[in-house]
Design a protein around this ligand. Structure first.
Ligand SMILES: Cc1cc2nc3c(=O)[nH]c(=O)nc-3n(C[C@H](O)[C@H](O)[C@H](O)COP(=O)(O)OP(=O)(O)OC[C@H]3O[C@@H](n4cnc5c(N)ncnc54)[C@H](O)[C@@H]3O)c2cc1C
Length: 472
């Protein structure tokens, strides 16, 4: 440690800071780590949920020492006139279990609670008490901070854990029950069966303003629980307001919070899913990356994370556009975006939640129902590549023919009735975004030229598309 108090000082023992400490303890146990947390315990007071498919194997292994809820048979969604069961396993970790897991897995005294940082710099941290902790590298994990440089709507929610008077009979989580009254924005109930007579029930809204009306939400939770026969003993509660980022100037955001030589991780660094506000998959990935690069000097670590955050921002642009589309819709109609989304193939839904790229090839379509699915996919895709000819020349595709490209475009653009389509800036024959660079760019340009004259037959092939034209 060369006379320093520790090798790496982490400020904030929330999800991001705790996981960085854990990854370092697992992968680089010889490195001395000090985590400084202002609160009384790591993790605060909430629970983090995620889909099993959000994480790679290494990420799952990082979390395997925590006691968590696991629903291997998947989950449900409910909308007016439409319900679906999906098979993707779902996970949830309560902050108490996170704190307990960290205590068990980290060397004693790694986390100091009640230690509030006043100043961070590239050589250490000064606490509000005046104490100075010196380190080779400092990582700022103090959680999200509001920024004038980012535009957003808001996800506002209140949840409670309760014991039902009798077994509730629910076996799988209900991630979205949007059959509830739509009040002020997209509203849904979120229900996790934590035990035969224990539930976590949350009332969530996508709103234009960050206002959490506690008494109104509490009364609506009462009503929802009563309607389902879940009156019971209150075991705990949580509430939150998360930004749903719809745009902004990320360079200015980074510049405003940059402390020279100090690395930034977690929500503070911008490692969040723009549309859900969730950070867990990115926190896991960042923790592993930091552990793999733990020998870097502090300023190099800072530069590496800043550049990863920029890449994350660029890679998630499409989700911000989708969020903008959601908030542009009339509040009581917003649920339709998600109702349509949940009709998509399961693999695509997984890619969506994991924040991965979706590429849509729009060229030849087998039948009308596929055309309708393409209509849902179009606003979800990071890249839309219009090929103008069937995907498979060996199996010519009869069926849904468009007289000319304009009809196809029209059909796709307005598939989500009443919504401002993000495709409004589409250039004829091509995607709303520039064609991906690489060996296919010229071919795409050629295809688009040919397509102008071609009669339109369309097909989409998302997985194939991703392999042929990797996203940026
Ligand atoms: C109620 C609620 C439910 C959520 N559910 C989910 C979910 O299901 N899945 C998901 O992925 N995300 C969820 N989120 C989003 C959540 O904010 C992030 O996933 C995650 O907690 C962000 O991690 P973080 O470590 O960046 O920040 P935080 O977890 O907020 O941690 C920041 C930590 O820094 C500490 N700190 C702040 N200032 C100082 C200081 N000066 N000195 C020392 N310590 C300091 C804080 O006390 C805190 O412990 C939820 C958020 C809330 C509020």
């Amino acid at each position: 440690m060369s006379g320093r108090d520790c090798d790496i000082a982490i400020v904030g023992a929330g999800l991001a800071g705790g996981l960085v400490a854990l990854a370092l303890a697992r992968l680089r146990p010889e490195i001395a780590v000090q985590v400084l947390e202002s609160g009384p315990a790591p993790g605060g007071n909430h629970r983090w949920s995620w889909f099993e498919s959000d994480l790679a194997d290494e990420g799952r292994r990082l979390l395997d020492g925590f006691r968590m809820m696991q629903w291997d048979s998947g989950y449900e969604v409910r909308f007016p006139g439409f319900a679906r069961s999906l098979g993707t396993p779902y996970r949830s970790l309560a902050s108490q279990d996170f704190a307990e897991g960290l205590r068990r897995q980290l060397p004693p005294a790694t986390i100091r609670t009640g230690a509030s940082a006043q100043e961070l710099d590239c050589t250490g941290v000064t606490l509000t008490s005046g104490e100075r902790i010196t380190a080779r590298a400092v990582i700022d994990c103090r959680g999200s901070a509001p920024s004038q440089h980012l535009a957003s709507g808001w996800q506002v929610f209140m949840g409670r854990r309760l014991r039902t008077p009798a077994p509730h009979g629910l076996e799988r989580p209900v991630i979205m029950d949007a059959t509830v009254d739509q009040l002020g924005g997209y509203r849904f109930a979120y229900v996790l069966p934590l035990g035969v007579d224990e539930l976590f029930v949350e009332d969530t809204y996508y709103l234009d303003t960050p206002q959490l009306d506690r008494s109104a939400l509490s009364a609506r939770l009462d009503a929802y629980c009563r309607a389902n026969g879940w009156d019971g003993e209150l075991l705990g509660s949580e509430a939150g307001v998360l930004p749903v980022t719809t745009g902004g100037d990320f360079a200015a955001f980074q510049a405003a919070q940059r402390i020279d030589g100090v690395a930034v991780a977690g929500a503070r660094g911008g490692f969040a899913h723009p549309l859900t506000g969730y950070t867990l998959p990115f926190a896991v990935e960042t923790a592993l990356i930091i552990a793999a690069n733990a020998d870097l000097a502090g300023d190099q670590l800072a530069a590496m994370l800043e550049s990863r955050a920029r890449r994350h921002w660029n890679a998630t642009r499409f989700y911000r556009q989708l969020g903008a589309m959601l908030f542009a819709a009339a509040p009581e109609q917003r649920w339709r975006v998600f109702a349509r989304f949940y009709r998509l193939p399961e693999g695509l839904i997984e890619r969506f939640y994991a924040g991965r790229d979706i590429t849509l090839i729009y060229g030849a379509m087998r039948d009308k129902s596929v055309a309708e699915i393409a209509g849902i996919l179009f606003p979800l895709a990071q890249h839309v590549i219009v090929t103008g000819r069937p995907m498979s020349t060996s199996r010519p595709v009869p069926g849904y023919k468009f007289a000319k490209w304009a009809v196809a475009y029209q059909s796709v653009c307005h598939a989500v009735a009443g919504f401002v389509s993000i495709a409004r800036c589409a250039r004829p024959l091509l995607s709303p975004w520039p064609a991906p660079e690489g060996p296919n760019a010229a071919a795409l340009a050629g295809v688009s030229a040919r397509a102008a004259a071609a009669p339109w037959v369309a097909v989409f092939g998302v997985d194939g598309a991703c392999r042929r034209w990797p996203g940026r």
